[in-house]
Structure formats: structure tokens, C-alpha cells
Design a protein around this ligand. Structure first.
Ligand SMILES: C[S@@+](CC[C@H](N)C(=O)[O-])C[C@H]1O[C@@H](n2cnc3c(N)ncnc32)[C@H](O)[C@@H]1O
Length: 203
């Protein structure tokens, strides 16, 4: 179900996200959630929610954002999707107390989730890690999963070493038929410049 994906990471090491090295899982899955705790909390809190939304956290990693979202949707749900079984295992442990959270491993296009089944999609620091030839199909699939009127919350790095240019992200969203409601580049400590935006599915 999960195709191995090779990508040069921030540290310069080639990571296979479907089967990452243990050190990567330890750093990204155990240390980073502690270090980035308030970054995740602040980002999750910036997303407006009523409490009954079905949320998809795409490329959830170890679940730092999902944990902060699931508490805010007692009458809704959070679905975490990631290609990495060990990262998802960390997320599942973290979310085990929440019956309205589920974790699914695999590439989003291969999961056959129902169209328009999510009110909110979150992409945080994950899209740039997807190999270029797969990015459009990924975003088109995420747009398919969003209900009309639903919002896609997006924050991705824009520096040349690690992220993608702002225009590349905008073009991907435009190709998937999503409308930018607001967006700006901002410095997020300790990640660096990021494109923080909200897109809507209008039909
Ligand atoms: C830098 S981590 C960020 C995780 C989390 N969103 C956060 O902000 O902490 C990027 C995540 O994207 C996942 N990923 C990479 N390619 C993916 C794909 N094609 N589909 C789903 N997840 C993917 C990786 O396994 C990794 O957990």
C-alpha cells in the first residue's frame, strides 16, 4: 500500500518516509513534539472550529497538531494520514485516549476515502516532502475529499534549502480548484519562513 519515497531531508540525509531510519523517528517523533509543543498548539488554535467538524490531518507525522485539534472537536473527528508506519504509530499512541481519532497509513490517493467527507483538511509541513511528480495528484485528491464550502489550512516552508517557492504552492492549489481566502509568508521560529494560508473549496 505504501510506496517508498526518497527525499533529501532538512539534515541532508536521504530519508525514505515510508520506512524512515530509527534516528529520524526518534528526532521527529519523540524530540520534535516536545520542542515544538507550543508551535503545534498555537497553529491548531488558529484554526476556527465549531466542535463538530470532520478533520483530515494529511502527513500528520507524530500527531502534534492532531492532538491539539481532536480536543476541540468533541462532536467531530480527526483522521490522521501518513505514509510512515513508525511515525503513525507514535501518533496513534498519542491519540489513544480519543475515540474520535483514527490513524491510517498510506498514500492518500490509494486509500479510497469518500469524496467530500471532510469539513477541514490540514497540511502542515508535509507537502514539500512529497516528490514533485506526485504533488499535483496529492493535492487534487485532498481537494476531492474536502466538502464544498470546506477549508484547507496550509502551512509549509518556503526557504530554498528545505521548502518550495510560494508560487509553487499557490499553483498546486489553483490546479486543484481551490480558492485562496488568505495567505501570507511569515517567519515561524525555529522552522524559518513559511507560507500560512487558508484555501476554500467553492463548489
Ligand atoms: C516534516 S513531517 C511533518 C509532520 C507533521 N505534519 C508536523 O507538522 O509535525 C512530514 C511528514 O509527511 C509525511 N509524508 C511524506 N510523504 C507523504 C505522503 N506522500 N503522504 C502522506 N504523508 C507523507 C512523512 O512521513 C512525515 O511524517
Amino acid at each position: 500500500m505504501t510506496a517508498p519515497q526518497q527525499k533529501r531531508s532538512q539534515t541532508g540525509v536521504v530519508e525514505d518516509f515510508a520506512n524512515p531510519p530509527r534516528l529520524f523517528v526518534f528526532v521527529d517523533g519523540v524530540l520534535a513534539p516536545r520542542i515544538f509543543h507550543s508551535l503545534y498548539r498555537r497553529y491548531a488554535e488558529s484554526i476556527e472550529l465549531k466542535g463538530d467538524e470532520a478533520i483530515l490531518d494529511f502527513g500528520c507525522g507524530s500527531g502534534g497538531i492532531a492532538e491539539n485539534l481532536v480536543r476541540r472537536v468533541p462532536n467531530g473527528s480527526v483522521t490522521c494520514v501518513d505514509v510512515s508506519p513508525p511515525m503513525l504509530a507514535v501518533a496513534a499512541r498519542r491519540l489513544r485516549r480519543y475515540p474520535n481519532a483514527r490513524c491510517i497509513v498510506g498514500r492518500i490517493e490509494a486509500l479510497d476515502l469518500s469524496a467530500a467527507s471532510f469539513d477541514v483538511v490540514v497540511i502542515h509541513n508535509a507537502l514539500h516532502d512529497i516528490p514533485e511528480p506526485e504533488r499535483t495528484a496529492t493535492v487534487v485528491e485532498l481537494a476531492r475529499l474536502l466538502r464544498p464550502g470546506g477549508h484547507l489550512h496550509f502551512r509549509e516552508p518556503t526557504d530554498d534549502k528545505h521548502g518550495l517557492r510560494l508560487g509553487v504552492y499557490r499553483e498546486l492549489m489553483h490546479t486543484a480548484g481551490l480558492l485562496e481566502l488568505r495567505g501570507r509568508e511569515e517567519k515561524v521560529f525555529p522552522v524559518g519562513p513559511m507560507f500560512d494560508a487558508v484555501f476554500a473549496k467553492t463548489e
